[in-house]
Design a protein around this ligand. Structure first.
Ligand code: ADP
Ligand code: MG
Length: 331
């Protein structure tokens, strides 16, 4: 790994995104306790962190895509798996950033997921037939609903050709895969665990035809919008039964994710056991963190001073994640 380009590919790219103060915070008199300067973030008086990017409160969706996400997602077309993962506490802007919620805003408010789908679909459509690509996309959202039926899922995309997931059973445990769309082509079965749909661009079919040699490159694209670390005591009051169990599962998933990031990113723990098997979430993300993937992680934070401690925690995890080295290979 002496080649700087390869080294760059192996690194998890880590960005922080500070959202603006929202109405609720303004009404309760919260003050901003965080600022950005180039790739640096300063929290409180003098705690300073440097990331690959630090997106301040004025950053537009388009900029996050252009600076961080687009260049990583392009690797799909060379056969690399790609993951874009948003991390951060509840209300920090993950769903806004990933674009996995409903948004009333116009084009400029559009988040990552629809931008990725648009960009990959158009690349597929522009590919020449001799270079037919398959793109496998999975969108994972960890959320609080006990039922995971994509047809009733609250976060689906207003795209023209939604494809049904090829996987059968819901995963349970607070994880679900939500659909998306690509190029309006038929679903492909026979994919491994976690593959939801694919689009094949170019030739209108997956074979080269006419007996010519076909090069097949595949890539999995994971877009992950994690549920935040809801504090159990707050959630418990408003939830019973299965919903509460979902919350517990989500928190276990996040705890496990923190442990995986620590094991992979903490220099002192290099080579130690990585506890992927502790939760469904970390099993699913095994390739994304430390494995065969080019990965971008966005740590989302609120600027409000009353959540400074939790924000600091998020930044510490993000800081560790910078040290994670993946092993991306062309599939
Ligand atoms: P999370 O998914 O992390 O719980 P959300 O994405 O739902 O957080 O964001 C919480 C609130 O903050 C929402 O009302 C959202 O519209 C708003 N928000 C988040 N990020 C931004 C941003 N960059 N600019 C403006 N508003 C934002
Ligand atoms: Mg959310």
């Amino acid at each position: 790994m002496d080649d700087p380009a390869l080294q760059d590919a192996a690194a998890v790219r880590v960005a922080v995104r500070v959202r603006p103060l929202i109405t609720r915070e303004l009404l309760q008199g919260s003050k901003t306790c965080i600022s950005t300067d180039g790739p640096c973030v300063t929290i409180g008086r003098d705690r300073r962190f440097t990331f690959d990017h630090a997106f301040g409160a004025n950053t537009q969706q388009e900029e996050v895509y252009r600076e961080l996400v687009g260049p990583v997602v392009e690797n799909c077309f060379d056969g690399f798996n790609v993951t874009v993962l948003a991390y951060g506490q509840t209300g920090s802007g993950k769903t806004f950033t990933m674009g996995t919620g409903e948004y009333g805003g116009g084009e400029h408010q559009m988040g990552i997921a629809p931008r990725v789908i648009r960009a990959t679909s158009s690349t597929c459509a522009n590919e020449q037939s001799s270079r037919s690509h398959a793109i496998l996309t999975i969108i994972i959202e960890q959320h609080l609903y006990p039922q995971h039926n994509t047809s009733t899922h609250p976060h689906t995309y207003p795209l023209s050709h939604p494809l049904s997931p090829t996987e059968g059973s819901p995963r349970g445990g607070g994880l679900s895969s939500a659909g998306g769309a690509a190029a309006g082509l038929p679903p492909y079965d026979g994919l491994g665990d976690g593959d939801v749909f694919r689009g094949v661009g170019g030739g209108g079919g997956s074979g080269g035809g006419g007996g010519s040699a076909v090069e097949v490159r595949t890539a999995k694209l994971h877009l992950v919008d994690l549920a935040g670390s809801e504090r159990n005591k707050m959630v418990r009051a408003s939830m019973q039964g299965p919903r509460f169990r979902e919350t517990v599962n989500i928190n276990q998933g996040l705890l496990a994710l923190g442990n995986v990031i620590s094991a992979l990113g903490d220099e002192r723990r290099r080579g130690s056991h990585v506890p992927y098997r502790e939760s469904k979430l970390t099993r699913l993300l095994q390739d994304s963190l430390g494995g065969n993937s080019r990965t971008a992680m966005i740590a989302c934070v609120s600027p409000a001073d009353d959540v400074l401690e939790e924000t600091l925690n998020t930044l510490k995890y993000a800081n560790r994640a910078k040290n994670i080295r993946n092993k991306p290979v062309v599939n």
